[in-house]
Design a protein around this ligand. Structure first.
Ligand SMILES: Cc1ncc(COP(=O)(O)O)c(C=O)c1O
Length: 400
């Protein structure tokens, strides 16, 4: 199995078959498990073996298949699946930190990740310091002996800044800090995060793993020690487990993820290239104009499935969104359906204007997650909407 390539792992790894030897993974839609005797129940609560289950909040055979398949795919020792991506982010951080600890984080983060770091961790006495994640000097200056963790989105939401995982990991490890990478935008298809030095890799499985907009989910991957001794006790008692039905959806999602993500990434690059001559600010790590283009190519070999661009103003952005015919206005990403988002008024609405400005979340910024539609149809839809927006708001056109 160790010799299998990723696409094979995504289809077969982790499978455990029941006595019926089913082909497709079974859904063990049960909250609990019957013990043969009181003695067995007692023994299992003392120490459950890898194929022994107690209660679905602690673990479930379908969820376990998903965890093992993801671990095989990512090259991690173990994994714990969670109810959402944010349950994974907050669980990984809360499980390992305590009052007085010091954490360094990249400041370009998804609004909910920022909330966990800025509001929740600080409320519990954790010192959180933010840096420009693309500036290694700032990471070096911020870490200190005793820093417990560094946290970043390896490709940030929504401005697609790319973090140098190997370099940041070297800095973090020099002071003994763990490296936690939220790897959603990099995608499990292109990820090499563990090989590059990340200790803990986190995904919202809601995005590319499901990839069809059906279910919320998340996963934390890392060493067996981190997953079973640090994370699991916290997760199983606080209740953020993935449901068995969701685990089954995610397992089936993984079977097609590689094909989907590669097709979506090709469309995203084509769209970014087509828009580049047309708009002043088009962001996609696959474009040579992206400040970390070389790093993105070396790190993942792809610019990913999302691009962002500035249409000039909030009014033009709203007109653009309202003129789209195929791309839907929503806020997920990695879906088979292309999705356009206005981060300033939705996913990052909560942030004060100055913080949005620092993060490059301008009023005209659109985030576009490319789906599986025909690329020519998408291009026509986006260019049609752009023309409509620019006709309605010519004065603040960002094309020049
Ligand atoms: C970078 C990043 N991390 C975490 C999440 C949270 O995932 P979920 O919505 O599954 O909780 C998101 C969702 O957009 C995200 O973009």
């Amino acid at each position: 199995m160790d010799q299998w390539k990723r696409r094979t792992r995504a289809v077969h790894s982790g499978i455990r078959r029941s006595q019926y030897n089913e082909v497709s993974e079974a859904i063990f839609l049960t909250q609990g498990f019957v013990y043969d005797s009181a003695e067995q129940a007692e023994a299992r609560f003392l120490e459950a073996g890898p194929d022994e289950f107690i209660y679905a909040r602690y673990g479930n055979p379908t969820t376990s298949m998903f965890e093992q398949r993801m671990a095989a795919l990512e090259g991690a020792e173990d994994a714990f699946a969670t109810a959402s991506g944010m349950a994974a982010v907050s669980g990984a951080l809360m499980a390992m930190l305590r009052a007085g600890d010091h954490v360094v984080a990249s400041r370009a983060l998804f609004g909910s990740c920022l909330y966990v770091l800025e509001e929740v961790l600080r409320r519990y006495g954790v010192e959180v310091e933010f840096v420009d994640g693309t500036d290694l000097g700032q990471w070096r200056a911020a870490v200190r002996p005793g820093t417990k963790a560094v946290f970043f989105e390896s490709v940030s939401n929504p401005t697609l800044e790319v973090i140098d995982i190997r370099a940041v990991a070297e800095i973090a490890h020099s002071v003994g800090a763990l490296v936690l990478a939220d790897n959603v935008f990099a995608t499990p298809t292109f990820s090499r995060a563990i090989e590059l030095g990340a200790d803990v890799v986190i995904y919202s499985a809601t995005k590319h793993v499901d990839g069809q907009g059906r279910a919320l989910g998340g996963i934390v991957l890392g060493t067996r020690h981190f997953v079973r001794k640090v994370l699991e006790p916290y997760m199983k008692h606080t209740g953020g487990a993935m449901s068995p039905f969701t685990s089954w959806i995610m397992l089936k999602g993984l079977e097609t993820m590689d094909l989907r993500v590669r097709a979506q990434a090709a469309t995203a690059l084509a769209l970014a290239q087509a828009l580049e001559g047309r708009l002043g600010r088009v962001i996609h790590p696959g474009l040579e104009s992206h400040p970390q283009h070389a790093l993105a190519m070396a790190q993942t070999g792809s610019g990913g499935t999302v691009l962002s661009f500035d249409v000039g103003s909030r009014e033009a952005a709203f007109a653009f969104l309202n003129a789209l015919r195929i791309v839907v206005i929503s806020n997920n990403l990695g879906d088979a359906k292309s999705i356009a988002t206005h981060p300033a008024s939705t996913t990052h609405q909560r942030l004060p204007s100055e913080q949005k400005a620092t993060l490059g979340i301008t009023p005209g910024l659109i985030r576009l997650s490319c789906g599986l539609e025909d690329a020519d149809d998408l291009l026509a839809d986006v260019f049609g909407a752009l023309e409509a927006a620019q006709a309605a708001h010519p004065a603040r056109d960002a094309a020049e």
